[in-house]
Design a protein around this ligand. Structure first.
Ligand code: CMC
Length: 406
């Protein structure tokens, strides 16, 4: 029984007692662990990090405060917060040798490919982390350097020189600065963009046992180091059904716009099973009610576009699509509501973030969650390597036939 009264049936002895295993493809009804990090009630649209409602954190917290909360279990005192922030600033540079890695990537390289491989490569610079202190330091290094790696990958893709982190800026401001400043030209981070970035990062910070987080836990359960485990999570996030959906949403909205803006046609297409087309940004394994993050993002997208004076026709298409889908029998029956990816892309576009960086933004936001889960599994005294069973459906035993006789 969990602290929010969720009930789990312990089946660990089932096979020993009955010879059978449980069968649950996609793990829709399988609890893989106990976790004290994030609570979701998908029916009621509730999301809480360490007990704090997402709405309160989104409105009042800086992202680095949420990082501290997720990773350490409690909100920081002012002193702890200042020390954490200073450490993030101190470690934000990447080793100068690592800059050479960027020369090896193709100019067309997807920034998710760069991020996952560069995060994995961090373990070649900081390989030894046995003690808690060393692990804590690697956690800081990862959080601090990930934004630098992400911004450098963008600069590489547009052929501009890298912009180094600036020590006088906050974590979020610094990322915007490294993305959009040009060396030797003055640049001031627009407050509205820094605030919007803070919101999206807070909203993405954790989401319990999703595909990428379960991957991090899976890899970590075998004892792999922090950087290797998180790199695996980044790769898992890339898929279009998971974090890659934010890029797919914008590409879908662009397709609808280029096709004359007939969004109803695409709602019909999504309902047609033979089409293989899904409304990207709709549906969720856990939420069977409105995703609370989508609600906050929609409001923020409206606000930011208004403040920046951006008129994005894709926002109108998105709103129309949502209105039609929310009244449609097919979507109602299946509880398909907009998810976090539906409006985040519109917000990123308004902030000037290019489409192929969208999933990187998700990854930057999800880092503290992945780290918290990796730490939870590392510190779990009952922890076992993750190793599911299967129902074998291949051929039964048969003799080998030599090559010449086949
Ligand atoms: N458009 C049309 N039909 C859909 C959609 C959609 N976006 N999503 C689910 N369905 C249908 C699906 O065809 C199935 O219908 P039926 O019962 O007739 O076979 C039913 O709804 C249940 O779908 P499912 O695939 O069994 O649901 P799932 O829990 O396995 O998948 C999902 C969840 C998020 C992968 C899926 O809803 C989807 O593919 N959505 C589009 C991609 C997307 O937006 N992903 C981002 C998820 S939120 C952020 C994250 O996790 O990273």
């Amino acid at each position: 029984m969990g602290s929010e009264n969720e009930v789990g049936i312990d089946v660990t002895a089932l096979r020993k007692q009955s010879g059978a295993i449980t069968y649950d493809p996609g793990y829709g009804n399988t609890g893989s662990c106990e976790s004290a990090i994030t609570f979701i009630d998908g029916e009621k649209g509730i999301l809480r990090y360490r007990g704090y409602p997402i709405e309160e954190l989104a409105e009042r917290c800086h992202f680095t405060e949420v990082c501290y909360l997720l990773i350490n279990g409690e909100l920081p005192t002012q002193q702890q917060y200042d020390a954490f922030h200073n450490e993030l600033t101190y470690h934000s540079l990447i080793h100068e040798d690592m800059k050479k890695f960027f020369e090896g990537y193709a100019i067309t390289a997807h920034p998710m490919a760069i991020l996952s491989s560069m995060v994995s490569a961090l373990s070649s610079y900081y390989p030894h982390a046995e003690s808690d202190e060393d692990v804590d330091l690697n956690v800081i290094r990862l959080l601090a350097k990930a934004t630098t790696i992400a911004a450098f990958s963008y600069k590489k893709s547009i052929g501009q020189p890298f912009v180094y982190p600036a020590n006088n800026l906050s974590y979020t401001e610094n990322f915007i600065h490294m993305m959009f400043a040009v060396p030797s030209e003055p640049y001031e981070v627009p407050e509205v963009i820094a605030d919007a970035l803070n919101l999206v990062l807070v909203l993405h910070a954790d989401h319990e046992q999703n595909c990428s987080t379960s991957t991090v836990r899976m890899v970590g359960s075998g004892g792999a180091n922090l950087f290797a485990s998180i790199s695996a999570g980044i790769s898992a996030l890339w898929g279009p059904l998971h974090g890659g959906a934010n890029q797919e949403v914008i590409e879908m909205l662009q397709r609808i716009r280029d096709d004359g803006g007939n969004y109803k046609k695409y709602v019909d297409l999504a309902k047609d099973r033979s089409s293989n087309f899904r409304l990207m940004g709709f549906g969720h394994r856990v939420y069977k009610n409105f995703d609370p993050r989508a609600r906050l993002l929609k409001a923020s997208a409206d606000r930011v576009l208004d403040q920046l004076g951006v008129d994005d026709p894709l926002l109108d298409i998105a709103k129309n699509l949502e209105a039609v889908a929310l009244e449609d029998e097919y979507f109602l029956e299946r509880n398909l509501y907009p998810n976090v990816d539906f409006y985040s892309g519109i917000l990123y576009r308004a902030m000037g973030i290019p489409t192929d960086m969208f999933t990187v933004m998700f990854a930057l936001g999800r880092l503290p969650g992945w780290i918290a889960h990796w730490r939870e599994i590392r510190d779990d005294p009952k922890g076992r390597i993750h190793r599911p069973r299967q129902i074998y459906t291949g051929p039964t035993e048969r003799p080998y036939v030599p090559l010449a006789e086949r």
